[in-house]
Design a protein around this ligand. Structure first.
Ligand code: MG
Length: 356
């Protein structure tokens, strides 16, 4: 089998409502979609969710690297030699993790379709569904509570609340949410690097009655020692997100016992292949893994889901980015039921992407 053609194009999707985290407010997002065609009629689909702050990329940069570097490297190659192709691209795409993720996804899609198997089964097939959390951005207290109740009524069993701008108001919001939604909903908190270690420790102590499931990236990403200080002082699991961008980061975090958990997003680590390598490091170190996401189309969420379903120590999913988007050309690539995500039963990623 040989790769004959690559098509890639950007799609800007408005968000259903604006969304605020510790360092920005988002109203729309642009993903770059990729379709790889072969001489056997099998095609593979992928998508990139570039984000200046997290992946360090722009949509223009992703389109350019796909055109100038990826296309010439892949054309005429055997798409089933995934490791060979990705290894060859890796040195050129080190600064383009979401572009690499799109390529990795599309190649895995071709692999699954060629094998006639849904990707999650091909990769290990540990579970057939996973509970996902849904995220509430930074909102005033009343609106946070209203939104949490709405999500609980929709059937979600796990809610992630963003904060990290003001510790006192974060404590008040999360406490009010717990009182409102009752004890059965899991609550997670993501500070997006906004706290000092002292603020994070105070936050956890003063929300003890809330029984938070975990706190995500409380302190700035470049300073693993600060994360480590929080981890050694609080009783709930501390998770690294922005501090984990590469396989090497995973090893460093694991070796120094800096955190209890890691949030692996395909877009920041460069796709399924690296995500599974990171997962192996995490498993060796006894760290639990969550597969998370960016503001990405359902196709990207599907890839994250197939990855999450494959392995036993990926016990959490935060795969809700697609739920906020309007005009997603891959709407329907995953199925949501009572707070659980299910993959399509079709081979590969299970979605046929139409090029424009
Ligand atoms: Mg996060």
């Amino acid at each position: 089998m040989k790769i004959t053609h690559l098509t890639f194009w950007p799609v800007t999707m408005p968000l259903k409502e604006p969304y605020t985290i510790a360092y920005e407010t988002i109203i729309k997002t642009t993903n770059v979609f990729l379709k790889i065609e072969t001489d056997h009629g099998v095609t593979g689909s992928g998508c990139a969710a570039p984000d200046k702050e997290v992946t360090g990329e722009t949509p223009e940069g992703v389109l350019k690297i796909l055109n100038d570097t990826v296309y010439p490297a892949l054309k005429g190659s055997d798409p089933l030699r995934i490791s060979f192709l990705l290894e060859r691209l890796l040195k050129h795409l080190a600064l383009y993790p979401s572009a690499l993720a799109a390529v990795d996804m599309a190649l895995h899609d071709i692999l699954g379709k060629t094998a006639g198997l849904p990707l999650w089964k091909l990769l290990g097939g540990f579970r057939d569904r996973i509970k996902t959390s849904v995220t509430i951005g930074i909102l005033p207290l009343k609106e946070t509570v209203k939104k949490a109740r709405y999500l609980a009524d929709q059937g979600f069993r796990s809610i992630k609340i963003k904060g990290g701008v003001d510790v006192a108001s974060d404590i008040a919001r999360i406490t009010a949410v717990r009182e409102s939604v009752g004890k059965d909903i899991e609550l997670r908190f993501d500070a997006n690097q906004g706290f000092t270690p002292e603020e994070a420790i105070r936050f956890v102590k003063e929300t003890k009655m809330v029984r938070l499931e975990l706190i995500e990236q409380p302190t700035p990403k470049g300073k693993p020692d600060l994360l480590g200080r929080v981890t050694s002082h609080v009783a709930i699991p501390v998770m690294a997100d922005e501090s984990l961008m590469t396989l090497r980061d995973a090893f460093r975090l694991a070796r120094r016992d800096t955190v209890d958990m890691v949030n692996v997003k395909l877009m920041k680590v460069g796709g399924i292949s690296t995500a599974l390598q990171i997962n192996a490091v995490a498993r060796a170190a006894g760290l639990e893994v969550m597969v998370g996401c960016m503001d990405e189309a359902a196709l990207g969420i599907a890839a994250g889901l197939h990855c999450a379903l494959a392995r036993p120590n990926i016990i959490y999913a935060d795969l809700d980015g697609h739920l906020d988007l309007l005009q997603d050309p891959t709407d329907g690539a995953v199925r949501l039921k009572a707070g659980f995500l299910f993959p399509s039963s079709k081979p590969g990623l299970g979605f046929e992407l139409k090029a424009p």
